[in-house]
Ligand binder design. Structure first.
Ligand code: FAD
Length: 291
């Protein structure tokens, strides 16, 4: 099923689409493990499951479409395959489109991706697509339902939030029909961003991305990678449970549940949970939302 249809139907029914992300990027998620994770997540009856794609070299890129197919076929839950264009050539895109079709993929999250850490900035890998907005029309023309990434605090490379929102509008204009946000820990950023997006004429449904934090290392890595702000309640939890990883993990799940409840109560279009391949974490989030 197309993800834009899922959002439209939920809006008509007054329901809240809740989706999950899983990641196979470094080839660590074997098909057997993907089946296990997929089954665990599908049992929670999400609206869709999205499968990430490794922009960097060495990742298990082929697994994305394959895992999206496996989950969809075995569980009946619609899936979204992520695709990045950072070092993609036009003929390689043709091959990618053929691969996605072979695996029956209907929905694609079109992304730029980030340059691999070992890339030489003086001698970048050739690419035919500069931004995600350049990739989107080719995917729409190929018949996919295409989504794009949104940044409630602005993208890490773009200091101006209003400009970041204008870039988002360009992705909608290019054909993106649903949007999924970067993770954030302070819902006020999301509400401010949603107002800016409304003002910029963004009408595509926006799913708010939430990642329950599991450890201090994980949260530092994420914050460093994507530039999300850490509000003081999160910093206090990190300090309080510095030497107690089990309590910190529980506090992270509870914090995410409170964020999700608040988003639901503020009428978001959808909630997208970065599950880190953990069905127990997804289950806790789902039960908070359905309470
Ligand atoms: P773009 O929309 O192309 O934006 C990239 C930068 O260019 C931004 O700073 C933007 O403001 C700027 N920009 C855009 N248009 C213009 C313009 N016309 N002129 C000047 N500047 C412009 N990464 C992966 O490798 N694999 C994944 O599976 C993956 N999944 C993700 C899922 C979600 C929901 C999100 C939020 C991110 C995901 N990422 C993934 C990370 C993503 O690839 C990075 O955040 C990347 O840096 C930007 O990707 P984008 O598609 O948003 O890029």
């Amino acid at each position: 099923m197309r993800v834009d249809t899922i959002f439209n139907q939920a809006k008509t029914a007054g329901a809240l689409p809740v989706s999950f992300e899983i990641f196979p990027p470094k080839g660590e998620l074997t098909l057997e493990r993907a089946r296990e994770v997929g089954n665990g997540l599908a049992a929670l009856d999400p609206s869709f499951i999205s499968v990430t794609y490794s922009a960097g070299g060495g990742g298990n890129k082929g697994a994305t479409a394959q895992i999206a197919e496996l989950i969809r076929e075995e569980t009946g839950v619609p899936t979204v395959a992520h695709l990045t264009c950072i070092s993609l050539l036009r003929d390689e895109l043709e091959a990618k489109i053929a691969e996605l079709r072979d695996h029956g993929v209907q929905n694609v999250l079109a992304l730029r991706g980030d340059a691999p850490a070992d890339d030489d900035p003086a001698n970048p890998h050739p690419a035919d697509f500069r931004y995600a907005k350049d990739l989107i029309p080719a995917l729409v023309d190929a018949g996919f339902c295409v989504g794009a990434a949104a940044y409630p605090e602005g993208h890490i490379d773009c200091d101006d939030l209003a400009l970041s929102v204008r870039h988002l509008r360009e992705k909608q204009d290019a054909g993106a029909s649903f949007l999924v946000t970067q993770l954030f820990f302070d819902n006020e950023f999301f509400y401010r961003f949603r107002e800016l997006a409304d003002g910029a004429g963004i009408t595509a449904p926006i799913a708010a991305g939430i990642m329950p934090f599991m450890s201090k290392q994980q949260i530092s890595r994420m914050v460093f990678m994507c530039g999300a702000s850490l509000p003081s309640p999160v910093i206090k939890l990190l300090a309080r449970y510095e030497d107690d990883p089990v309590s910190l993990r529980q506090a992270g799940i509870e914090y995410a549940c409170r964020q999700l409840e608040d988003l639901r109560d503020h009428g978001v279009d959808g909630c997208h949970i970065y599950t880190m391949n953990r069905a127990d974490v997804a289950a806790a989030c789902m039960s908070a939302l359905r309470a």
